[in-house]
Design a protein around this ligand. Structure first.
Ligand code: CP3
Length: 347
């Protein structure tokens, strides 16, 4: 197969990339003063709904750093708006969804959105951003995986112990399963819309899947999640990235995963993740997995961490996309991002 001209896509599909591909989860965010300046005047959801503001903050990190990808500025909970919920991000509170989903009636009242009509602002933001990218840069679209989005819909906000979610799983599994099904259907439409607007690859975030037992994950959660990955691969013919969140045990459940890339949390060694995935018969590219807090280290230490990870990656999988193991935090010094990229490009 010929190179696509985009190092990240080449790495994702198993071709030799022309340089070491790198991007950072939450690369658009509060650690950048220029983001905070925009955010000071705008509500978070309003920024997500404005294609111009979304494209502007998506591009901010690319103006500073030589990154291989832009990930569209949005949130995994944006589709919940299209499904009929009200989403708010009050400062210091994190996301909140009104009218939590706890009954079968709540689930059946949720709307399957018309992605173009109800969530088209995300597609417009993607098209606008893409028009400003270099040819070798990749446009990443994304969505939350059904379990992670469902956990916010059920709890109504973020949670430590996921009690309301677990109540449904263990007492009323039909409600939980119905919600996941509805979310899968929505997510397929939502991602297709993003791809039609110009996304070159899409990533599915299952940040909270680590809260589940391997059995619940295997029987109730992974199949409906993988249905999204397969549908996108088969119908849209573009590569997909899956982020299964915390817990190396999860890797044992991914034998028939349709993703091209598995994004690894920092609590698992890249080599260990690759070994398990090979054992279960999966030949994928790995992405990750620097601890985002390692970006606090002094420059010479950080350069060593980057090299350690590069060495670890050599035998871990067919290719490696450099990234953090979870999103960048507001207190990360932007200079650390430049250091990582500089060290990666040295080879
Ligand atoms: O990576 C990027 O640069 C793209 C944008 C992006 C955001 N959220 C922007 C955001 C992406 C890919 C997400 C995904 C997301 N959102 C996830 C999955 C990945 C992960 O990080 O675990 C989850 C669980 C959410 C839900 C969410 N959104 C939470 C829990 C919070 C509050 C925590 C926080 O950092 O404030 C958000 C808010 C959010 N999403 C911000 C950004 C830039 C901060 C909003 C602000 O400016 O106040």
């Amino acid at each position: 197969m010929n190179s696509t001209g985009k190092p990240l896509i080449d790495a994702a599909i198993g071709l030799k990339p022309s340089r070491y591909p790198v991007w950072f989860m939450r690369q658009a965010g509060r650690y950048l003063p220029e983001y905070r300046a925009v955010r000071a005047d705008h509500d978070f959801v309003a920024m997500c709904k404005s294609p111009e503001l979304s494209a502007e903050v998506t591009l901010q990190p690319l103006r500073r750093f030589d990154l291989d990808a832009a990930i569209i500025f949005s949130d995994i909970l944006i589709p919940c708006i299209g499904m009929g919920q009200t989403l708010t991000f009050d400062k210091g509170h994190g996301p909140e969804l009104n009218s939590p989903i706890r009954t079968l009636k709540n689930v059946s009242d949720l709307i399957i959105p018309n992605a173009e009509k109800d969530l088209g602002f995300v597609g417009d933001a993607i098209a606008l951003t893409k028009s400003k990218l270099r040819k070798d840069q990749t446009m990443i679209g994304f969505a939350g995986a059904p379990f992670t989005v469902a956990s916010y819909m059920i709890e109504g906000k973020g949670s430590k112990d996921f009690t309301e979610v677990k109540k449904l799983i263990f007492r009323d599994p039909a409600i939980f399963t119905n919600l996941l099904e509805k979310l899968a259907e929505t997510t397929i439409l939502y991602l297709k819309m993003q791809i039609n607007a110009g996304a070159d690859i899409v990533m599915l975030f299952d940040t909270w899947a680590g809260q589940l037992t391997p059995d619940i994950y295997r029987t109730m959660v992974f199949p409906v999640t993988n249905r999204i990955l397969s549908a996108i691969k088969q119908e849209m013919k573009i590569p997909v990235i899956y982020y299964p969140g915390q817990g190396s045990d999860k890797m044992y459940e991914l034998s028939n995963c349709s993703a091209d890339v598995i994004s690894v949390d920092w609590r698992t060694r890249l080599g260990q993740a690759g070994k398990i995935l090979r054992e279960v018969g999966l030949n994928v590219t790995l992405q990750g997995n620097l601890d985002p807090q390692a970006l606090l280290a002094p420059e010479h230490v950080l350069r060593k961490y980057v090299n350690d990870l590069k060495l670890e990656a050599i035998n871990a999988s067919r290719n490696h996309i450099f990234n953090v193991g979870h999103g960048l935090l507001p207190h990360i010094p932007p200079e650390s991002i430049s250091t990582v990229i500089d060290e990666l490009r040295k080879c």
